[in-house]
Each structure stands twice: as structure tokens, then as C-alpha cells.
Design a protein around this ligand. Structure first.
Ligand code: PMP
Length: 282
């Protein structure tokens, strides 16, 4: 992978960071992932807007204009056509104190571009199996911070059970999202997904799905799915930048609907592929 470290291009393996970087010490950093199709960053402005909102929520004084330019330059210099871009902004290096250092240090910005591999291809054909695990994350999941330990635990639990993803459940059994994806259900042809709030990440793909539902004349409702509803829900699918749409056919070893990928999921997968084809040819 090709990296850009505070504007300087170098191989990813050669990037060095101080142990006093607050991202290293406290997880005091935000990140972003963007998919590149045909050499072009997909939904670029939406991702830039989310970076900007995260910088503001964290009072992180990084310059979005430079970040945008560095992303564009690193994609072109990488020569990768099908790729993903990882962006990571930390509060920078300062003597170790919990409160934000005053004056603020210069943020450290890491960007790298790697060739894209579809890690979900084995699950796409017949639909994925997932498990439900308790949501053990903090109360500001709307911030895309690098504090991902609870997400890593959930993801590892899913992996140990041969599952593609973990659905996160709060104490009352409400399913907010996946460990690294947004969650959607389909009931009587109506598409359901949790309303935005501090308990979920505002997914960029989630927004695209809302748009595709409109184009496909599918009704969509912002309504949280409860674990106890799973036996009456017709379809379930997950979305994320590199995952795109992943139909889910089993939860905790129980089939969703008839255990096959449903018609609404198929329609949206198809609409998604067409949308990307249009983007490639723009
Ligand atoms: N929720 C969580 C917890 C995630 O980590 C991700 C992936 N970053 C998503 C949802 C999906 O977001 P996006 O569509 O912007 O990739």
C-alpha cells in the first residue's frame, strides 16, 4: 500500500509515529474509509463531510482542504484502480495528559491506499450468517473514532462462530447496527433501519440505500429492529463502504424469512451495482 504521512508520500511500511502520539496513547483519533472504483473515490463529498463533522465533534484542528488534496494525490500516485482509502487523523504528539493539550499540537494525518479485496465474497451467494452480541461500546458511536475495542470483541465473537458479522444489541434487545456495518430489515416490503442518534454511526452507505429505496419506490422507515421481531422479519441486510450490501439469511443459527436472500435485498443489490456502474462511467 502507498501512504501519505502529513503530506509526504512513502510506502505504508515506512511510516513511523511517536509513542507520544495521542492516537497511540488514548485512541484520540478519528478515521474514515473510502472505496475507489475505476480510480475514483466513491461518495467522496459525503465522506469529506463526515470527516469534517468528526473533526468538529472532537475539537480536532486539522485542515480538510489538505486532507482532500492528499487523498486525491495518493489515489493517483498509487496507480490502484479498484482500491480502498484509509484516513486517520490523531490529535498529534504531546506530553501525556488526559485533557486536550494547550496549545493544541499539530494533528497527524495518515492516508493510505490499498488494492481492494472483497472479504465478503464467500458470503454473498447464499447470504451471510450473523450472531447477536451485547453492544459494549461507549455512548458516542456517532463519532467515527479509532476506539474500536468493543467492535473488535464483537467481530471476533462472530468470527469464532463462523459468522460474517455481529449485530449489536442494547440491554432491551434493540439492534442498533453491526460491529462494522449498518443494519436494515424488510417487513411487508417496507425497509427498516435504526434512526440516526448517538448510538449508531451515520453510515454513508446507509444514506445511499435511502436514495436507492426512493429510486426503486420502496417505502423506507427509520425504525429500530428489536431482537424479538427477528422471527417475523422477512429480510435482513448489512451495508458498509467496502461491504456494499450483504444479505443476511441466518441470525444465531435461525433462518430469516425462508432462509434465502429475499426479493427486496436482491432489488437493492441490483440497484447498487447499477449505481456503481453509472459512477464508473461518469
Ligand atoms: N456502523 C459501524 C459501526 C461501522 O464501523 C461502519 C463502517 N465504517 C458502518 C456502520 C457503515 O458505515 P459506512 O457505510 O459509512 O461505511
Amino acid at each position: 500500500p502507498l501512504a501519505c504521512w502529513n503530506g509526504e508520500r512513502l510506502p505504508l511500511s515506512e511510516v513511523r509515529v511517536s509513542v507520544l502520539d495521542r492516537g497511540f496513547l488514548f485512541g484520540d483519533a478519528i478515521y474514515e474509509v473510502i472505496r475507489v472504483y475505476s480510480g475514483k473515490p466513491f461518495l467522496f463529498q459525503d465522506h469529506l463531510n463526515r470527516i469534517q463533522r468528526n473533526l468538529e465533534k472532537m475539537s480536532l484542528p486539522a485542515d480538510l482542504g489538505s486532507i482532500q488534496r492528499w487523498i486525491e494525490e495518493t489515489i493517483s500516485a498509487s496507480g490502484f484502480v479498484e482500491a480502498s482509502v484509509y484516513i486517520h487523523v490523531t490529535r498529534g504528539v504531546a506530553p501525556r495528559t488526559h485533557r486536550f493539550p494547550d496549545p493544541p499540537p499539530t494533528p497527524n494525518v495518515l492516508i493510505y491506499v490499498a488494492a481492494f479485496h472483497d472479504s465478503y465474497s464467500q458470503f454473498r451467494h447464499s447470504g451471510a450468517s450473523v450472531v447477536v452480541v451485547p453492544d459494549q461500546r461507549w455512548k458516542r458511536c456517532d463519532i467515527k473514532s479509532v476506539n474500536l475495542l468493543a467492535n473488535c470483541f464483537a467481530s471476533e465473537m462472530a468470527h469464532q462462530q463462523g459468522c460474517a458479522e455481529a449485530l449489536l444489541s442494547d440491554d432491551s434487545g434493540k439492534l442498533s447496527e453491526g460491529s462494522r456495518s449498518s443494519l436494515f430489515g424488510v417487513k411487508d416490503s417496507v425497509v427498516l433501519t435504526a434512526p440516526l442518534g448517538e448510538n449508531i454511526l451515520p453510515g454513508i452507505t446507509r444514506r445511499l440505500i435511502q436514495q436507492l429505496c426512493e429510486e426503486c419506490q420502496l417505502e423506507m422507515r427509520e425504525e429500530t429492529i428489536h431482537q424479538s421481531q427477528l422471527d417475523e422479519i422477512d429480510e435482513l441486510f448489512l451495508t458498509a463502504t467496502t461491504m456494499e450490501i450483504l444479505p443476511v439469511t441466518r441470525v444465531d443459527d435461525q433462518p430469516i424469512g425462508d432462509g434465502q436472500i429475499g426479493p427486496v435485498s436482491r432489488q437493492l443489490v441490483d440497484a447498487y451495482q447499477k449505481h456503481i456502474e453509472r459512477f464508473r462511467n461518469e
